[in-house]
Ligand binder design. Structure first.
Ligand code: MCA
Length: 505
């Protein structure tokens, strides 16, 4: 499918495009944190001046071009300033979930060897323990450095091919890998969002997504700043609080994952006022996991919104979306976006464009590879530049696409990707576990829930679910932890001995 011709890279880089917006209407609010009394937010002028001061401060602490900077902070103005400062400096942002366990953090730090870790006060201890050699900058120091007078430093020099971010994602390997995104990738992803959903100066995005994934950071934050829209940020998702934010006159758009829509629906059912708040928005977008037709219909019945479903992945940012102005079809991810090529490859025919098959994507949003694993990129991006997504997609006669299967054994829970092997490895370290098999089980709230089947080391005294849960609590981020443990005699395997995870569902 040939894309509509647009130049997604015409603005050169995000920092340059952002600065053009910020010089114009410098007094306009760029970010407001909902519920934060002490500080009303950042204007565009603040963002411009303070990100430059912070970039100079980071530079004085030894951060130069191409150096990695870990960003493990909750959503808010210190994280926004740090993210912008890192990109303006030409350094590489490595966003991380502040809720990662020490084991998980240690893995990220060992892989990327950051020159600096910017962390929330409550996580400084964990980062220090996980990576004793990593210098740490706490949120208070971000505030101080960003308030210093303007320094004489050259910024905004990065080119499209320069590395801008490393975003960790679960895919085909047991340990999450860092997807390398260039400045061109980030710009193209944000530009697609701006164009496709008509984001502009009059918009206010209610954003309750985490900022360590492409969804919240690459589309929500970067897209809003590029469009000149206002960010109305909730540091963590709460359905009632999110709808109260939507009630504000300046709120116009909401981005979320299906689990959030399930919770919004519950609250709207109980509160007509909050349903009216959702109805007042001009656009609600869902992504990161399939939105069921039933939930789409429920939301429409409650507030009249036809949620716009779109599709993307960390390695390709965003590629397919239901149209802003045309039909939004429930159960479909929509049509290929302008500037992005797509193709479906059936199992039988190697190079035709089938009506059903694995979705392939090519264009400026396709990532530069996995950090320090060059061979892994060759496994997913072919010689012609097509990213093989691993998702099996069917095309309706009029071109709308539907995801109908996954070729890899990934679990998507609450919009987070979890690779079963990572969880199995943690369980198999438990002295009472001989073998573990992990899979996703369908769940109305989470999309899928992680479940674990355990073969005990001693069948006479299998470990209790509580014991296993506590074991996982210390080693895995909350969304990776199995919700159910099933003790079994043996795991389903094929004749070659390969674990058949689909039979565990
Ligand atoms: C948390 N809990 C879970 C899960 N997560 N239980 C089952 N499955 C889960 N996935 C449990 C916790 O252990 C806890 O239980 C209780 O729920 C509350 O946990 P909490 O962390 O407070 O959860 P939450 O805040 O309610 O989280 C739900 C959420 C969150 C808001 C939907 O998961 C979320 O923000 N998801 C978005 C992820 C995202 O941004 N994905 C984009 C990646 P207990 O109390 O017993 O401990 S994909 C992407 O970026 C690509 C580009 C794309 O296309 O979008």
């Amino acid at each position: 499918m040939t894309p509509e011709a647009v130049d997604l890279l015409r603005e050169h880089s995000l920092p340059r495009a952002w600065r053009r917006r910020w010089r114009d209407r410098a007094g306009a609010v760029a970010l407001e944190v909902i519920g934060e009394e002490a500080r009303r937010g950042l204007t565009r002028g603040d963002l411009d001046a303070r990100s430059a001061a912070l970039a100079a401060g980071l530079n004085r602490r030894g951060v130069g071009r191409a150096d990695r900077v870990l960003l493990a902070l909750p959503p808010g103005w210190p994280l926004l300033l740090a993210h912008v400062a890192v990109l303006r400096l030409g350094a590489v942002a490595v966003p991380a979930d502040p809720a990662l366990t020490r084991r998980e953090l240690g893995h990220v730090l060992a892989q990327v060897e950051p020159s600096l870790a910017v962390v929330g006060d409550e996580h400084a201890g964990d980062v220090a323990a996980a990576g004793p050699r990593t210098p740490i900058l706490e949120a208070d120091a971000v505030a101080e450095l960003s308030a210093e007078p303007a320094a004489d430093i050259v910024l905004d020099q990065a080119d499209g091919s320069d590395l801008a971010a490393i975003v960790f994602t679960s895919g085909t390997t047991a340990t999450p890998r860092g997807a390398m995104l260039t400045h061109a990738n980030l710009l193209a992803g944000a530009e697609v969002v701006r164009l496709a959903w008509r984001l502009g100066e009059n918009d206010g995005l209610v954003l309750a997504l985490p900022w360590f994934h492409v969804h919240g950071l690459g589309l929500g934050v970067n897209g809003s700043l590029l469009a000149g829209a206002r960010l109305l940020v909730l540091p963590r998702f709460d359905a009632a609080a999110a709808l109260d934010a939507c009630e504000r006159a300046d709120a116009t758009v909401f981005f979320g994952v299906p689990t959030m829509y399930a919770r919004l629906a519950e609250v709207m059912r109980a509160s007509p006022r909050r349903a009216a708040a959702a109805a007042s928005l001009r656009l609600m977008v869902s992504g990161s996991a399939p939105l069921s037709v039933a939930l789409w219909e429920t939301v429409r019945a409650l507030c009249g919104q036809e949620v716009l479903e779109r599709y993307g992945m960390t390695e390709t940012m965003i590629t397919v979306s239901n149209p802003h102005d045309g039909e939004r079809r429930p159960g479909s991810i929509g049509l290929p976006l302008p500037g992005i090529e797509t193709r479906l490859i059936g199992d039988a025919d190697g190079d035709g464009d089938a009506g059903q098959g694995e979705l392939l994507v090519r264009g400026p949003t396709v990532f530069a590879g996995y950090w320090r694993r060059p061979e892994d990129r060759r496994a997913v991006v072919d010689a012609q530049g097509w990213m093989h997504t691993g998702d099996v997609v069917r095309r309706d006669p009029d071109g709308y696409l539907r995801v109908c299967g996954r070729r890899r054994e990934l679990i998507i829970t609450g919009g987070h990707n979890v690779h079963p092997r990572e969880v199995e490895e943690v369980l198999e370290l438990h002295p009472g576990v001989a073998e573990a098999g992990v899979a996703g089980r369908p769940s109305p709230e989470w999309g899928e829930e992680v479940i674990a089947h355990i073969v005990p080391a001693d069948p006479a005294s299998p470990p209790s679910s509580r014991e296993l849960d506590e074991w996982c609590r210390d080693r895995l981020a909350p969304y990776k932890r199995p919700r159910t443990f099933v003790v079994t005699e043996r795991l389903p395997r094929n004749r070659m001995g390969k674990l058949q995870r689909s039979r565990l569902r």
